[in-house]
Design a protein around this ligand. Structure first.
Ligand code: CO
Length: 183
């Protein structure tokens, strides 16, 4: 398992609801947590490891020691939202790219944990931002789609570099030669 980078087409797929929390899902969640911590991210969504599940892992402190900040979310939904906040945001599929993105300040989310229990939580600011960013991944929506026009134009050089790196990875054989980028 590894993190795919923009413009890998897996990032633009619509993930499918998890119908059963089986060994595969448990194994995937565990490996995603390891990858997220190794990459020093706050969240990771299944499409970022080329899996089509509605599955997320998060740790709002980014600290594997802080288990109280760690969440696995299966079939998550935002059930309420309010306010707005602009802040700097990044993504493990866009290494080195940070831009201001406007998000709801407060969200209430519902999701299932690995035991199949439904939980609900309301959060603000950074955790609310992480939830919104990661749930977007399940719908093939990326933070570059949510940037304002200024942030987006400031990102163009980085995006061109990601596209060039994707083509290089195909030539090297790190990605299948027929894999089509999805911008
Ligand atoms: Co991301």
């Amino acid at each position: 398992m590894k993190i795919v980078k923009y413009p890998h087409p897996a990032l633009r797929t619509l993930a499918k609801p998890v119908l059963a929390i089986d060994k595969d899902i448990q194994l995937a969640a565990g490996r995603m947590l390891e990858l997220m911590y190794a990459s020093e991210g706050l969240g990771l969504a299944a499409p970022q490891v080329a899996l089509e599940h509605r599955l997320l892992v998060m740790n709002f402190e980014g600290d594997p020691e802080k288990k109280e900040a760690e969440f696995v979310a299966i079939n998550p939904v935002i059930v309420d939202s309010k306010g707005a906040l602009n802040d700097r945001e990044g993504c493990l599929s866009f290494p080195g790219l940070y831009q201001s993105v406007r998000r709801f300040k407060t969200v209430t989310v519902q999701a299932y944990n690995l035991k199949g229990e439904l939980y609900e939580m309301m959060c603000h600011d950074l955790p609310a931002r992480v939830w919104q960013h990661e749930i977007d991944h399940l719908d093939g929506v990326l933070f570059i789609d949510k940037m304002g026009s200024l942030g987006r134009s400031r990102s163009e050089k980085d995006l061109e570099q990601f596209i060039a790196d994707f083509e290089k990875a195909k030539k090297k054989g790190d990605l299948p030669p027929g894999l089509e980028p999805k911008l």
